[in-house]
Design a protein around this ligand. Structure first.
Ligand code: NDP
Length: 479
């Protein structure tokens, strides 16, 4: 057996990951793809990689040293199940199967259980960074057993992105923990992108700045606390001129945002866990709203506010938008980390939230300086109840809140949709409120469904006889 690691699935992600692996000292990489052509092409194009091409699962297994370690990079879903079945057939107890695709974490939990019965290890590993990340260094979020981490850890550390000298990979937790964290990463990515898009829209419509001018603003923001890959690429997209029409490319692109489903998974999971991820949810819904042209065409006749929206002090408004963006971003990340903590509790995973922040500092789509602040916050207080209450973030929110409110008011008055900005502000005001109208909701629930309520002044559960004489009686606590 010549190879210490194998890759199955040689489309863009798999072939780049295989090349990344091969470029590291000490690795020899066996490769396999369902259809032969991709394997032939990869091996012919990259003789320097020294790949071991294989054309059947038997040949693939025979080419790997024990414990055999294979990373699957195929179309998520049925493709992954098909490949796992084949690998289980040819692998032996102690071998390691890694799914690097974008699996839905309940599938990973199911697959891990099934594969474990054969004595083979199964590791669901979220990989972020797109094709460039796969080639040059992604952020990797592996789950699975401690036993598999012993073999797999050094291999993944050798190919991961590096942030301040540390590889962007950690053993996130057992079972489906890795794919869970990757899912929330993508949810946060949706929120981050939506917030940036709202900032652009407000500046463009409020100040009349051109996309190229707004690109300069984003480039400037990228030198400060908002520094991130997404801000950086936003400037690049806004600067792009369409070669055919000479227009800014952003004005030529159809304004309907696509989605592959990871945002929706994040929101569905959060709903099931009872975690309010309103920033991620609004970002996901905003993409859905954009993608209903038939409704938008009819609704375009609905009236908006009278008059033109103009801003008096352009520089002050742009600074307000920057601060509103930062404050909303803090809320979105705080909510995302709440979801990871809730998932860890629900599924019995031990997840170090600070370590998660650290492996997102490079390689992945949400990479940013900002993640150092999150890591610091969890290092200072591992059981931090809510990220946004950590001193650094509380200070940033306090500094930004007046701007945040002005921007949300301006958006509402101008008729410019800012669902992520405004819902984040509402979340902030909700979570810090001394009293919430939830008390009234408890009264309503008791009225129509005898759902009972608790009182602020004594222990126990109570019910008011709403359809009787409206006296209050102690209720049997069914919780
Ligand atoms: P695709 O998702 O387009 O999948 C194509 C690959 O899957 C091909 O190698 C194909 O083989 C193989 N395949 C599909 N069905 C089967 C099957 N039933 N049995 C065996 N092999 C099958 O490839 P990508 O490289 O874009 O992505 C790979 C994985 O990485 C996916 O899970 C994706 O979600 C994830 N991912 C992708 C990112 C990206 O930026 N693209 C980023 C992060 C993760 P064949 O050549 O024979 O058709």
């Amino acid at each position: 057996a010549a190879a210490n690691i194998g890759v199955v699935g040689l489309a863009v992600m798999g072939s780049n990951l295989a090349r990344n692996l091969a470029s590291r000292e000490g690795n020899t990489v066996a490769v396999l793809n369902r259809s032969r052509a991709k394997t032939d092409d990869l091996v012919a194009l990259h003789p320097e990689a020294g790949f071991v091409p294989t054309f059947s699962y038997e040949e693939f297994a025979a080419s790997l040293q024990k414990p055999r370690t294979a990373i699957i990079m195929v179309k998520a879903g049925l493709g992954t199940d098909a490949v796992i079945d084949e690998l289980v057939r040819v692998f032996e107890p102690g071998d390691i199967i890694v799914d690097g695709g974008n699996a839905y974490f309940p599938d990973t939990i199911r697959r891990e259980k099934a594969v474990r019965e054969t004595g083979i290890n199964f590791v669901g590993a979220g990989i972020s960074g797109g094709e460039e990340g796969a080639l040059l260094g992604p952020s990797i979020m592996p789950g699975g057993s401690d036993e598999s981490w012993v073999t797999l850890g050094p291999i993944l550390e050798s190919i991961a992105a590096v942030a301040e000298g540390e590889p962007c990979v950690t053993h996130v937790g057992h079972g489906g923990a890795g794919h869970f964290v990757k899912m929330v990463h993508n949810g946060i990515e949706y929120a981050d992108m939506q917030l940036i898009a709202e900032a652009y829209d407000l500046i463009r419509r409020g100040t009349g700045r051109s996309p190229a001018e707004i690109a300069d603003i984003f480039a400037e923001w990228n030198t400060g606390e908002l520094e991130s890959y997404l801000i950086e690429i936003t400037a690049e997209v806004l600067r792009q001129i369409d070669q055919e029409t000479g227009q800014p490319l952003v004005d030529v692109i159809v304004d309907q945002a696509g989605a592959k489903g990871t945002g929706a998974w994040t929101v569905q999971t959060a709903l099931a866990l009872g975690v309010p991820v309103s920033g991620i949810a609004e970002a996901t819904f905003a993409r859905s709203l954009s993608s209903h042209p038939e409704q938008r065409a009819v609704a375009a006749h609905l009236p908006g506010p009278e008059g033109e929206f103009t801003v008096d002090d352009v520089d002050a408004f742009i600074e307000d938008v920057r601060l509103a963006l930062y404050a909303s971003k803090i809320v979105a990340y705080s909510q995302g980390f709440d979801e990871i903590r809730a998932g860890a509790t629900e599924y019995g995973w031990s997840i170090d939230l600070g370590a998660v922040a650290k492996i997102w500092r490079a390689g992945c789509i949400i990479r940013a300086q900002f993640l150092n602040r999150i890591a610091d916050a969890y290092a200072a207080e591992p059981d931090l109840p809510a990220l946004l209450t950590a001193p650094y973030f509380a200070e940033a929110l306090s500094r930004g809140q007046a701007s945040w409110r002005r921007v949300v008011i301006a958006a509402a008055q101008a008729g410019i949709p800012a669902p992520a900005f405004s819902s984040s502000l509402s979340y902030y005001d909700g979570i810090r409120a001394e009293r919430l109208p939830a008390a009234l909701i408890q009264g309503q629930r008791d009225f129509f469904g005898a759902h009972t309520y608790r009182r602020i002044d004594k222990e126990g559960t109570f019910h008011t006889l709403w359809s009787g004489d409206r006296t209050e009686i102690p209720a049997v606590d069914t919780h």
